[in-house]
Design a protein around this ligand. Structure first.
Ligand SMILES: [Zn+2]
Length: 250
């Protein structure tokens, strides 16, 4: 049987134990997309595979590929995001990000923009510079954008009047008071919230995890982005319950 040797740089999205000592890991790899790799003897500390193949680990994976399957030969960690494990809130958000990415992506479809978004979001959560809830909204709006969702943010979705602070935001975008449909999900805008949503949808990724807004704006933004994740992606996320509990304490 022919074997290919390859190196994939990527992050561990999911671990699935197999028997006593083995596991499968799901990696989001640069230029590869989501791949599944068999790790033999993962739980034996001595083989040195633990750090590089744990959840959140961003590593170089040295892989032997046969026709049927990928096997891990070794892994060299670049960033393990180890401190996410020491902070319950950071862990809750990190797990939520991993689960969304894992459930959203199909195997073997390169998704470098989502990989970069995930790395930037995990870095932001682990550094604790801006509030986790704001990081989460940025992650949610960007991943929806990469998945093809583009709300209208410049004018009313119905009458085309230019958007302003008296408008509402719905899942299709900004809408004026006259055109707001009864019973549809909406959040009242104000100048800051409108500006923040526009900024997240238009600014470069590098500039996104640095700005600060009030808690009130963060909460409105989060209601909007969470609603979109729930209705647009429909992923049946397990991590959301733990995350909601954590958020109630904040
Ligand atoms: Zn209108």
């Amino acid at each position: 049987m022919s074997t290919n040797l390859l190196t994939i740089r990527g992050i561990v999205l999911k671990e699935t134990p197999v028997g006593e000592a083995d596991k499968f890991i799901t990696i989001l790899g640069k230029d590869y997309g989501k791949v599944s790799v068999s790790v033999k003897g993962a739980k034996r500390v001595r083989n040195g595979l633990t750090a590089g193949t744990s959840l959140f680990s961003y590593s170089d994976f040295y892989i032997a590929e046969t026709k049927k399957r990928m096997y891990l030969n070794s892994a060299e960690p670049i960033e393990t995001f180890y401190n996410l494990r020491n902070d319950l809130s950071a862990l809750a958000y990190g797990s939520y990000f991993l689960e969304i990415v894992n459930k959203l992506l199909f195997e073997n479809m390169p998704s470098n923009n989502i990989l970069l978004l995930l790395l930037k979001s995990l870095t932001a959560v682990s550094k604790n510079i801006i509030p986790n809830k704001l990081i989460s909204s940025i992650f949610e709006l960007k991943i929806l954008e990469y998945n093809g969702y583009r709300p209208e943010i410049n004018e009313c979705i119905n009458c085309r009047k230019p958007s302003d602070k008296n408008f509402f935001i719905t899942f299709e975008g900004t809408v004026c008071e006259n055109c707001l449909a009864k019973g549809c999900f909406h959040i009242p805008l104000n100048e800051t919230l409108l500006y923040t949503i526009r900024y997240i949808l238009t600014a470069e990724l590098n500039r996104l995890f640095t700005f600060k807004v009030s808690t009130k704006t963060i909460n409105s933004l989060s209601s909007f982005s969470r609603h979109l994740i729930k209705t647009q992606l429909n992923l049946n996320l397990k991590s959301i319950n733990f995350l909601k509990e954590i958020e109630e304490f904040q």
